[in-house]
Write a protein that binds this ligand. Structure first.
Ligand SMILES: C[S@@+](CC[C@H](N)C(=O)[O-])C[C@H]1O[C@@H](n2cnc3c(N)ncnc32)[C@H](O)[C@@H]1O
Length: 368
């Protein structure tokens, strides 16, 4: 079978490099190209073509020759000017080659328009949930920025849930923000952004990033993955999750730290230390009282119960507890643990509701 050939031109733009990664997994023959002499991107490609500058008289001839000689069927071109020049050459030479991507200018405009639409939707959800303090919600452009960055982080937390969380932050008491279960840092990014935005306190993220601790024994086999078939190399998968987390959260140095431990061990460290250190985030001081906790670690009932027993004693009055996956397809750990917490602490609960799949609980200002 002959492989279809794609030209990535110019090969060194960030979008081109990202596209190349994707195209390689689809078993295509890829040729990189550039008008820049000695382009450093050349070393990234197995095949490379230097094409004269778009302003030179022989640009068109050289481009057509490359297409015909290498039997190129598709072109990926994220450069606006080049795209337009190539579009004309394809037409005037009646080439059968097609673009792999839409015109870059239109795509960029569409992306920003879509981002703002999502931000308006996000703001609407948050406004409906924050009747008493709507004016303190973040502005649409701040939300657009937040969505822009959180979308770049793989993870499980939906934008609807982030909007619900955003509605709480303007009225949170001061204190530490704890997250149990970060994975690659999607929700940690939001919590760090919001904690800094509203000057609530420092964020502490707890995750062992370890397949054995993350194993959920109460769930069906497809989730338990007893033969470790879900990913090719399980240890490099979790290392990359941890490294992705560090990279994603690095803008918040000074506002966040983490413990690479199971939740119970981390709680013991938190209870006896007001400072947590790591090489990425340096030293972070915590006040020892929790303003908001997001429980999103191992969802087995006994593990969620341990999260509650280890951490909820540090809650500050008026603080919020969020049980992720209170409604869950793969088991009932968060439901049982959440319901038990509601039952055993009913005198201290100001408000509780289920939004999307999470249980949100606000504690009373004064403890009974
Ligand atoms: C569902 S993911 C978290 C998703 C994340 N909050 C997001 O927004 O994408 C669950 C995470 O919990 C972590 N985890 C599993 N067992 C844990 C435990 N005992 N203590 C803390 N974290 C745990 C896993 O390593 C995994 O990264």
């Amino acid at each position: 079978m002959t492989l279809s050939t794609e030209l990535i031109f110019p090969g060194g733009l960030p979008d081109s490099k990202a596209y190349k990664l994707e195209a390689e997994t689809l078993n295509k023959r890829i040729i990189g190209a550039s008008c820049t002499p000695n382009d450093p991107a050349e070393k990234l490609y197995n095949e490379w073509q230097h094409i004269p500058s778009i302003h030179s008289n022989n640009f068109e001839d050289a481009f057509v020759k490359t297409i015909l000689e290498h039997n190129v069927s598709q072109i990926y071109c994220p450069h606006l000017l080049l795209y337009k020049a190539i579009e004309k050459i394809i037409l005037s030479n009646d080439l059968s080659v097609r673009f792999r991507n839409p015109p870059p200018g239109e795509l960029e405009t569409k992306k920003i328009n879509t981002l703002y639409k999502s931000a308006i939707y996000f703001h609407k959800i948050a406004s409906n949930m924050a009747i008493s303090h709507q004016e303190r919600l973040p502005k649409t452009e701040e939300i657009a920025g937040l969505i822009f960055y959180t979308r770049a982080i793989p993870g499980m937390t939906s934008e609807e849930k982030l909007a619900a969380l955003a509605s709480i932050f303007p009225v949170l008491p001061k204190g530490d923000i704890i997250e149990i279960g970060a994975y690659r840092g999607k929700s940690s990014y939001f919590l760090s952004w919001a904690a800094r935005r509203y000057n609530i306190g420092k964020v502490l993220v707890v995750d062992p990033w370890d397949a054995i601790v993350a194993q959920q024994n109460d769930s069906p086999d497809v989730l338990k993955d007893p033969n470790q078939e879900l990913v090719e190399d399980v240890s490099s998968f979790w290392e990359s999750a941890h490294q992705g987390f560090l990279a994603a959260l690095s803008p918040f140095i000074g506002h966040i730290n983490y413990l690479r431990k199971p939740s119970q061990d981390a709680a013991r460290i938190y209870s006896s230390n007001n400072e947590i250190q790591s090489s990425t985030f340096g030293t972070t001081k915590y006040c020892g009282k929790i303003s908001l906790i997001h429980i999103d670690g191992n969802h087995d009932y006994n593990m969620v119960k341990k999260d509650c027993d280890s951490w909820l004693k540090f809650m500050t009055p008026g603080g919020w507890i969020i049980f992720d996956d209170y409604i869950w397809l793969h088991g009932d750990g968060p439901t049982r643990a959440g319901d038990e917490y509601l039952r055993d602490n009913k005198d201290n609960i100001e408000l509780s509701f289920c939004f999307e799949k999470s249980l949100f609980i606000q504690l009373k200002q004064r403890k009974r």
